[in-house]
Design a protein around this ligand. Structure first.
Ligand SMILES: [Zn+2]
Length: 464
């Protein structure tokens, strides 16, 4: 059998324009000859796209051809085409230049009638898909997948996708308000008391990860985290209760604004309880300060236990070398953990100090003791620097309050690792990593559609 596909475009006056876009011929029926092949599907899509685009543009030009003031037709200055990339093929959009009408005396002598609608050289659908996929998988893979299933054109390459995604991210970044060093909230405390009862406490977990820098610059840190609203009073709220974020701190000019906007989008109120949890790094702590009038800043219990576990492991070599001393040290480390759990920081620091002194007596003769003493001193400094952020974890725990954001560890993996460090050879610039983090978190938070609809109101309009 034979089949032909024809497109019919119907103009506003009812006139029809037809164009054949695909002819298929089948002999023997088999599973692989049932229906259309992928190649035919691509031809079909591109054929329809070509014809519909041509008809749309020519109708639009026809409507604009007449001067709105006197009804005379504009005369041509020159013809031209503008390439526009779409998911169904690269299109050459007619883009003529016309002379200003003789009835007008002001303004430029010529103009392009397409400026009313022709914004950019890539269709929003294409930008969206490139951004969405490239936020999850490498640029080259995006190109491979697109080419495999859609007639996107041979010229699409990883560099194009990268620049499109970066342009999208830059646009998202431009929408972010100004950074402020002090309170980002408007109003005063009395106003906030009038606010409705807020949703459950917001817990923000912040942690860092490392990605490899381009140009042999070693590694640099990226910050990632998650903001979680414990519960919502109106349960059917459209706002997701957990959102992740990420940025490159040495590149980002607005980390505080970024986090604040994210929490605002979760419905954060000034009278809401907010708890920030981190491993106590300097930058992270500075960012949280003043971000919310009633926020608490805590060291994540998870980070303390992680460090203590490492410390315990280091005492093992000492225990093998000197069972008695090693065993005693190990017990002391366990008791330090217990003291910290109860927020008894001073006692913990004292015990650590004593331990370091004891180890000092033997470290000259024992490599194992030397190693434990070094690690112990490091841990002591860490606790000392962060002592004001160590609460009584035990009490918080009993009261059902958050003591740990171990989930942040997996968030960091989710936000950073899979896309950024999976392969050792993936190298990033500060800007490149930061921008990709912005689109990636939008994708992970299911917010990319919303962003595109804001820019292109007719983009994927929801139909009931
Ligand atoms: Zn005119």
């Amino acid at each position: 059998m034979k089949a032909r596909v024809e497109v019919i475009c119907i103009g506003p006056d009812g006139s029809e324009q037809r164009q054949g876009v695909l002819a298929i011929e089948r002999q023997e029926l088999a599973m692989e000859t049932l229906g259309m092949s992928l190649a035919e599907g691509k031809i079909l899509l591109q054929g329809v796209q070509d014809f519909v685009v041509a008809q749309q543009v020519s109708q639009d030009l026809e409507q604009r051809r007449v001067c709105v003031h006197c009804g005379q037709r504009h005369t041509s200055k020159d013809n031209g085409n503008t390439p526009v990339k779409t998911l169904f093929g690269p299109m050459d959009v007619p883009n003529p230049r016309w002379n200003r009408c003789a009835c007008q005396t002001d303004g430029p002598k010529t103009f392009r009638p397409t400026t009313a609608w022709l914004k950019g050289r890539t269709s929003p659908e294409m930008l969206y898909l490139e951004t969405n996929w490239a936020s999850l998988i490498p640029f080259a893979k995006v190109v491979g997948l697109l080419k495999q299933v859609l007639p996107v054109g041979d010229s699409l390459n990883p560099e194009t996708v990268r620049s499109h995604v970066q342009a999208t991210a830059e646009r998202i970044e431009q929408e972010l308000g100004e950074e402020r060093q002090l309170n980002l909230f408007e109003g005063v405390e009395e106003d906030w008391e009038q606010q409705p009862l807020p949703d459950g406490p917001i817990t923000v977990g912040i942690d860092g990860g490392y990605v490899r820098a381009a140009h042999k610059q070693g590694w640099f840190e990226v910050i990632a985290g998650k903001s979680v609203v414990a519960f919502r009073r109106a349960e059917e709220g459209e706002v997701s209760s957990a959102k992740c974020f990420g940025f490159v701190q040495t590149y980002d000019q607005k980390p505080r604004r970024r986090l604040w906007e994210l929490m605002k989008s979760q419905g954060m109120q000034e009278n809401q309880q907010v708890v920030f949890m981190s491993d106590g790094g300097e930058t992270v702590r500075r960012m949280q300060e003043y971000l919310h009038p009633f926020s608490e800043h805590l060291i994540d219990w998870f980070h303390i236990t992680m460090r203590l576990t490492v410390l315990q492991q280091q005492t093992k070599a000492l225990q093998e070398e000197r069972p008695q001393i090693g065993g005693a040290v190990s017990k002391q480390v366990e008791s330090v953990k217990n003291l910290l759990w109860h927020g008894n920081v001073e006692a913990a620091l004292e015990r650590l100090g004593n331990l370091i002194m004891d180890l000092d007596l033997i470290r000259a003769h024992s490599a194992a003791a030397e190693k434990v003493a070094g690690a112990m001193a490091e841990f002591e400094t860490y606790i000392h620097n962060n002592q004001e952020f160590i609460p009584n974890f035990g009490e918080r725990y009993r009261q059902g309050e958050t003591i740990s954001t171990a989930f942040v560890e997996s968030t960091v993996n989710q936000v950073v690792s899979r896309r950024f460090v999976k392969k050792q050879q993936m190298l990033w610039t500060l800007r490149g990593a930061h921008l990709l983090l912005q689109t990636r978190t939008k994708v992970l938070n299911n917010e990319l559609d919303e962003v595109f609809r804001r820019w292109y109101p007719q983009f994927r309009v929801k139909t009931a």
